[in-house]
Ligand binder design. Structure first.
Ligand SMILES: [Zn+2]
Ligand SMILES: [Zn+2]
Length: 311
């Protein structure tokens, strides 16, 4: 059984005796490459990669894998906020345990989310990053009356622009740098470029400059929500936040809420608007060509947004 293992400077396609993971067996139909995977490679992780996963079980039913595995026993997990489980770093797919970028993968039954009608399992690996952006928008209180700006137009930024519209916002602007990102943002119905200040600002680039930009854009009383990953101490222009009494909140993964799971919300959004997957999935490769796929995903000039591996 083929699987994609992190290796020095890239990945290696390896043959495994047994599918990675524990639990229900899935035939993986789509596994996408995330910038986190590239980060894990650079950290020196050597696990099987893959946390954006969709597949079918033995009965032929299609699922996405909710890739945040909490302990399901602590207070945070029991309240549905398994993204805040203090142990989830020990269960990071591709980071601290083997992920599912493989022909087959086993996932705990409780972490499988059934696909809604209208969402093709070949597109469904996108549900995972879509849930990350969906969670951020919910944390920030996005709604019909909110003006939303997104800084950064990689996959998470574009999915935030789509998600903000999915949560009812009519005025959604995005700051995009590269021509293929601008084109994608326009296809998703976002306004290209910002004008004035915004109630909700999504920082989706993960750089100090983009966080500073997000602070520039927030309206008095507004909220900046950060999906970009900062793993070191950073400087923040506190007076600008203070004088506008703006909130700055980090966003981590996704979780459940009284009405269900954010993975279900994100899947419903993708099912309702297939243009999102068509726009976001820029490349598809067979799993055996994962080395080339990772080169494309890590090359800024390739025009890649999401690169999907298929059987
Ligand atoms: Zn990811
Ligand atoms: Zn827990």
């Amino acid at each position: 059984m083929k699987a994609v293992r992190a290796a020095e400077g890239g990945v290696q396609v390896v043959d495994l005796e047994e599918p990675p993971g524990t639990g229900e067996l899935l035939q993986i139909r789509s596994a996408s490459i995330c910038s986190s995977d590239l980060m894990y490679i650079s950290y020196g992780c050597r696990f099987i990669l893959g946390h954006e996963l969709a597949g079918v079980d033995e009965a032929g039913d299609a699922y996405v894998v909710e890739a945040l595995y909490g302990c399901m026993d602590c207070d945070q997990c029991r309240s549905g906020r398994y993204n805040r489980c203090p142990t989830h770093g020990e269960r990071g797919l591709g980071f601290s345990i083997d992920g599912g970028m493989a022909e087959q993968f086993r996932a705990p039954a409780g972490r499988l989310v059934p696909l809604p009608a209208g969402l093709d399992v070949r597109d469904a690996s996108l549900v995972e990053p879509a849930a990350v952006s969906w969670h951020a928008l919910r944390l920030a209180g996005t709604g019909v009356q909110t003006r939303v700006a997104v800084v950064g137009a990689g996959a998470l930024g574009l999915l935030a622009a789509a998600g903000a519209q999915g949560q009812g916002a009519e005025d959604v602007a995005i700051e995009a740098r590269h021509p293929h990102q601008i084109e994608a943002a326009a296809r998703l119905g976002a306004t290209i470029g910002t004008d004035g200040r915004y109630d909700v600002v999504v920082e989706a680039a993960g750089s100090p400059a983009s966080l500073a930009r997000a602070i520039d854009l927030v309206a008095p009383g507004g909220t900046i929500v950060v999906v970009g990953v900062f793993m070191e101490k950073i400087e923040i222009d506190w007076p600008s936040l203070f004088l506008r009494e703006a909130r700055l909140i980090p966003s981590l993964g996704y979780c459940a809420h009284a009405g269900g799971r954010e993975m279900e919300d994100a899947a419903a959004m993708l099912a309702a608007n297939p243009e999102i997957s068509r726009t976001l999935i820029s490349h598809r490769f067979p799993l055996k060509d994962a080395e080339e796929a990772f080169q494309v995903a890590s090359d800024r000039r390739s025009g890649a947004i999401r690169v999907v591996l298929e059987p």
